[in-house]
Design a protein around this ligand. Sequence first.
Ligand code: 8X3
Length: 250
Amino acid sequence: MSVTAVVTGASSGIGAATARGLAAEGYDVVLVARRADRVEALAREITDRGQKARARVLDVTDRDDVDAFAAELDGCGVLVNNAGGAIGTEPVATGDPQDWRTMYEVNVLGVLNMTQALLPRLEESGDGTVLVLTSVAGHVVYEGGAGYVAAKHGAHTLAATLRLEMVGKPVRVLEVAPGMVKTEEFSLNRLRGDSEAAEAVYAGVPDPLTAEDVAETVVWAVTRPPHVNIDLLVVRPRAQAAQHRVHRVS
Ligand code: 8X3
């Protein structure tokens, strides 16, 4: 019987690519996202290939619905906490507290909700995996990134603490922290729909990572034997050696 893998934020970008990748590896993938049309279309695309997938429309910040979702599952061996995102690039002095709240809700409390709700299922599976998609922003700080940086540091801390608390239990906790990834939505959301500014983020960078590049590392980490715990994978494009050290060609 296939192992059930739940992927949040599965309607686009890294989440969608991870769902495709895990389904191709034989997992029975539950695609979680808020946007019904997109997540249902992706589930159909995967099942049309003869692989296993189903969609569950769910907002990871809605704890009641997260608990209802956990109760619906027969079992769960893998949870990929991918849902997240950035809003705004204002400095600390002028950042909108509501944006900070929203980022904390989805990047930290969303991970907490899903992880708390599914941990019993993951333990029962005998070999559970929790993977948290953080960011290099969970490990470094940079100007204009503070709300997102603070939230991703929170997600990293949650993962690192849970790993300690799971010692002796059959659940491993993995973290994948991507650097510059060009997806259809990340920078567009961060820059409040300004497509020119979003495009400028990647201007001249020969090869930013793609969602598929990151998904490959996620699938690789998840498919290691259960006793192998990939604590942390930092994945950047070759052109980005550090947050501010990016090669651009004009
Ligand atoms: C996104 C990567 O460099 O914009 O998670 O923080 S970065």
